[in-house]
Design a binder for this molecule. Structure first.
Ligand SMILES: [Zn+2]
Length: 282
């Protein structure tokens, strides 16, 4: 098992996690099945949404309706426990020196790995921020969600439960990447943890592991990983994706790619023992 032996041989592992990891974990934000799985078939039926993201980006006639959808969607993500592919990944790398850089916002990374070893580059639905934003503060989403759900009637929440910024009174919004995304202290700290980890391990045997990273935002994981692999003397890149298995040619034998379903691959790697030949006696 190539994945397992690369992990065993590395001194440090930097994992880049993209949307393919969430899909294989059952978080299908982009299709019909995801809506049913999230228990939101009622919204699908009433509004004709094709996916959870469809509902998230819909232009609602009122904040009460918009937040009714957000509250249900966020509640689903908060309630879901850490899923099997994430747990398998943890058991594979948990004993090693590792860091996780993720573009997923569904809270699975923070449920599985300690905060000091992670960076949520695109934010997380576990938090809200001021929409302006007027302040450098992120707020725990769960008390807001609980309050909205408790007062919800049909597809609307009560007006007084629309989340408001305690400082300026303007709306709060989920702390996820869009044009008002707050890149404040919490975000910068995550990025600093990642950069510090990568800098400190530069001279050791570093495995850069790309899991389910798509082509939407190459500037966050893919291109920096290529650049690190090229620059660091003992770095190796392994990219795992369901849609392709081409490694960048310019990296030569420092890079390889596997086309596989992550759920299956991580489960298999977790139970595989790598055969190490015994030391030859003189
Ligand atoms: Zn504010």
């Amino acid at each position: 098992m190539r994945l397992r032996s690369l992990i065993d041989d590395a001194d440090a592992i930097i994992v880049g996690i993209g949307s393919g990891m969430s899909s294989t974990a059952g978080f299908n934000h982009y299709n019909h099945a995801g809506m049913t799985c999230a228990g939101m078939a009622d919204w699908q039926k009433a509004f004709g949404f094709k996916s959870l993201f469809d509902g998230f980006y819909h232009l609602y006639p009122s904040l009460e309706q918009q937040w009714a959808y957000y509250a249900r969607y966020i509640d689903f993500m908060l309630r879901e426990p850490a899923s099997q592919p994430y747990l398998d990944l943890r058991s594979l790398i948990g004993h090693k020196d590792y860091f996780i850089l993720s573009t997923n916002v569904d809270t699975q990374v923070e449920k599985t790995f300690p905060a000091e070893r992670t960076c949520n580059y695109q934010g997380s639905f576990a938090h809200l921020q001021c929409k302006q934003p007027c302040c450098d503060e992120i707020f725990d989403a769960s008390p807001y969600v609980e309050r909205m759900l408790a007062g919800m009637a049909g597809f609307e929440i009560r007006s007084e439960n629309v989340p408001r910024c305690p400082h300026c009174g303007w709306q709060l919004v989920p702390w996820v990447r869009d044009d008002t995304f707050l890149q404040g202290t919490a975000w910068r700290k995550g990025l600093e943890r990642y950069e510090h980890f990568a800098r400190e391990r530069g001279s050791s045997r570093v495995l850069l592991l790309e899991l389910g990273v798509g082509e939407m935002t190459p500037g966050i994981i893919t291109l920096p990983f290529w650049s690190m692999t090229a620059k660091l003397p003992d770095a190796h890149l392994l990219s795992v994706n369901i849609s392709g298995d081409s490694a960048p040619l310019q990296l030569g034998n420092k890079a390889e790619a596997i086309r596989a379903d992550l759920r299956t691959l991580l489960a298999a790697a977790r139970v595989t023992k790598v055969f190490k030949p015994p030391c030859q006696s003189l």
